[in-house]
Design a protein. Sequence first.
Length: 304
Amino acid sequence: MLTQGSESIAKKAGKEKQTNLKVNEPTELMKFLLVQIQGKSRNNIKSLLTRGQIMVNDRVTTQYNELLEPGQTVTINWNKTQEEIHLQGLKILFEDPYLIIIEKQAGLLSIATAKEREHTAYTLLSEHVKRQDPKKRIFVVHRLDRDTSGVMMFAKSEEVKQTLQNAWKEAVLERTYVVIAEGVVNKDHGTITSWLKESKTLLMYSSRIPNDGQKAVTHYQVLKKSRNYSLLAVQLETGRKNQIRVHMQDLGHSIVGDKKYGATKNPINRLGLHAQVLAFRHPVTGEEMRFETELPQEFAALFN
């Protein structure tokens, strides 16, 4: 590690900004970086590794447990990489040998459709892992609608995908969305329960008859109100197709921008639905992990 008399050198050459760190004793890369980069968490550093922004002796590395030897130089590139530019529409929050956690922007498909096969979260991440190893693949664990932003999880093997999907209810500790709903929701919190079915036109709808469809349970809490809109935190007990969108319509307060499910207003020019929190137990290590994203600016602006 760096001794008190050692220096970290920040270089600026044109638009490049780097920090060079000299290694003085044997250690692991993650341990070294946690000591040397003040104010950065383990997840922050893993993100730098994932994006190819860390080099050891001018060689890009993505392995947090790489062994360092005295005399080596660890370089951190703080500017955006080509990888970040390539991954337009998503941001990698975490990656290890088993999982990739991303934040998806509204407008990006999770997976291919008949109309769009190229620019999806799945294809972008497939290309990302193949650049590391041409034999690597990714697997869809769950999906977000095209117009929904927020946290998503992908697996790096069929086995990990099946492990998660087969024990989804036990593995997932929290799934919280934020919603902008039309009108003022008077009841500050509540639970919506119904059985969801799909029409011939592929529209989901609620049945109140027990077991007449897939049971769906949604909990909500009002966070803020304005004259025309309500900001809600919504937790899923079940994860059915279009569940939140249908249940908000059932509540009489459709999600803004959701014309498909009864909305008449679109003040933010997108669907007012964001997957803010995903917490789960890692399917391999057993570690409890939690990823929380910021409230989209256009959501916050509506309540300022």
